[in-house]
Design a protein around this ligand. Sequence first.
Ligand SMILES: Cc1ncc(COP(=O)(O)O)c(C=O)c1O
Length: 401
Amino acid sequence: MIDRQNLQAFHPFTRLRSLLEDLEPGPAPLGASEPLALSIGEPKGQPPAFVAEEIAANAAGWSGYPPARGTPAFLEACRGWLERRYDIAPGILDPQRHILALPGTREGLFFATMATVPQQRDENGAPPVVLIPSPFYHVYAGAAVSAGAEPVFLPTSSETGFLPDYQSVPEEILERTALCILCSPSNPQGAAANRWQLADLLTLARKNGFVVAFDECYAEIYTRTPPAGALDVVDQLGGSLDNLLVFHSLSKRSNAAGLRCGFAAGDEKLITALNALLLVGGAGVPRPILAAATRLWQDDGHVEDIRAFYRQNFEIAQEVLGNRFGFSIPDGGFFLWLDVGDGEAAAKKLWQEAGIRVLPGAYMSVADSEGYNPGAKYVRIALVFDAEVTKAALGRIAEIL
Ligand SMILES: Cc1ncc(COP(=O)(O)O)c(C=O)c1O
């Protein structure tokens, strides 16, 4: 049971801190004086230099409140990128009606959950349901319980291609479902859903009257071909955006997690409802930031370099790990999801012997009613440092485990 009055206790990094707090870290790789945090998925590279230039050039905008939905130029840049990146017919996305600036996908997903979960219980007194893959980004479950919904976790594993099996969700749950959140490419496993899987999910949502929030914040960090996104299947399902919201972000795409800028796109009714909530409780995106973000969404060149950086780190992982710990290069993202038998024990050992912090998979997922936790065997390792550090750290990890 996740307690909305005590979300801190459920936070993966709180749990990691209490796991390691009484243990002395061992000597870190490459003789570094500080332990090495491979637990946090935070880019270490910088955004392009033009970000600082745009912010400075638009400094007059700091005195005003952020515009309600984003500037027309920003919304147009988002539309342009979506139409370059996805196979969606021009004319379907109207920037003014179907796109909304967000101070990050985290905030967007949280408020979208508030906007889509009804306040009422059903005639049997049962709460609305939010379907969440397990393991998952902790915000999904935090948002679900904050909205008064019951989070229903759909376990994923190597056997399911690390994606939830929506066809096996019981009818009784589907009837109560208000929202389904799918992360593709997924954090932590880097698995991407294909067009058929995305179309099947959207069809199921329309049939049962629930909303799907597609968290596509890793859409640009891929290792081989660009992963499909929900907008790729809109045309084949009749060209409607009903029941659909996609979430995108500059945090990973442009090494700009601190900029706090993303956007949502999709169903006009949902965008309007999300905007209404953000106008009550959201910070908005300031004009100078929107100016920089407009340039970032217009430019794909810098993303090539960022993608190449993570691709090189995955190649290093392949060299060092081979096929041990169930490793193979994933579709996208920048995490290793290694089967180490017991993720908590491995996290303690890596900390004590090599000053390396990794996240036990159990802290990203929850146990089912029989006590089975699909993340328990795993650790998540963020490949965000440069090639030299990555190689040294993975070498130590392989030695120790
Ligand atoms: C799966 C997933 N979704 C959303 C986010 C939030 O990203 P942001 O709010 O920076 O766009 C993260 C960040 O780590 C993430 O891993």
